[in-house]
Design a protein around this ligand. Structure first.
Ligand SMILES: C[S@@+](CC[C@H](N)C(=O)[O-])C[C@H]1O[C@@H](n2cnc3c(N)ncnc32)[C@H](O)[C@@H]1O
Length: 229
């Protein structure tokens, strides 16, 4: 990596400090970094798994489908979903400043996502959307932490527990898909999803800073013909 990161914006949130930084990589590319509560949440240098999450959600929702996404981050998954042609995308993002920065177009991608007429960008906890009533979603994606075994926000532990997973499952239309990003496969999460329906785990192998990493996307599909409860 060349050059020190430059802070584009920072803000205090109830969950700690949020910062969006920019640096120039060895190949001259501009890289954005999101730092949440002092922890590295993600950067734009390697986003294969964020894009894979968008692909699997879009495929499940189908053309013009409705998708609920937890965690805006740098907007890669959301942007991918929009490029696939989803009809409606509801995004819940816990960090209110990030929502404001997206509306202000702090990066081209975040600005594009926030301005898309198919997007409803909510500053709030995805847990509230999962438990709210309303029409079902063709796909629901969660990418809010480094995974169930490496939480950035401790309260997010509940998102990976059986009651909220069941709530998420019940917000799916029949045949809909719940997909959860994790920095490594979590057998305990896979087991909880398998208790709900047809579950599997997709491994996305990547190379980062000279290391091979197997990111995981845990999925469960709601049975077709299984009406919303
Ligand atoms: C790793 S980033 C998401 C990356 C995103 N998939 C992308 O493509 O850029 C995680 C995001 O989830 C947000 N977040 C954390 N906990 C949340 C929660 N309970 N509800 C909604 N958003 C949350 C964080 O503020 C952060 O913006």
């Amino acid at each position: 990596m060349t050059g020190l990161p430059r802070t584009l914006a920072r803000a205090r949130t109830p969950q700690g400090e949020l910062a969006l930084r920019e640096r120039v990589a060895d190949d001259g590319a501009t890289v954005h970094e999101l730092i949440v509560n002092g922890a590295f949440a993600m950067d734009s240098a390697e986003v294969a798994s964020e894009l894979a999450l968008g692909d699997t959600l879009a495929q499940a929702a189908g053309p013009d489908g409705r998708v609920l996404l937890g965690g805006l981050g740098l907007g890669f998954t959301a942007d991918r979903l929009l490029r696939h042609g989803v009809g409606e995308l509801v995004i819940a993002e816990l960090a209110e400043p990030l929502v404001a920065w997206a509306h202000a177009g702090i990066t081209d991608r975040l600005g594009r996502v926030a301005a898309d007429p198919r997007v409803r960008l909510i500053a709030g906890d995805i847990a509230e959307e999962l438990t709210a009533g309303g029409p079902g979603f063709g796909a629901i994606g969660l990418d809010v932490d480094n995974g169930p075994d490496f939480l950035i926000h401790e309260p997010n532990a509940a998102l990976y527990g059986a009651p909220l997973l069941r709530a998420a499952y019940q917000r799916l239309v029949p045949g809909g898909l719940l997909a959860i990003w994790s920095e490594r496969a979590s057998p305990a999460l896979a087991e909880r999803l398998a208790a709900l329906g047809r579950a599997d785990t997709v491994i996305v192998p990547v190379h980062r800073d000279g290391h091979a990493i197997d990111y995981a996307i845990h999925r469960v599909r709601r049975a077709a013909g299984h009406p919303a409860e």
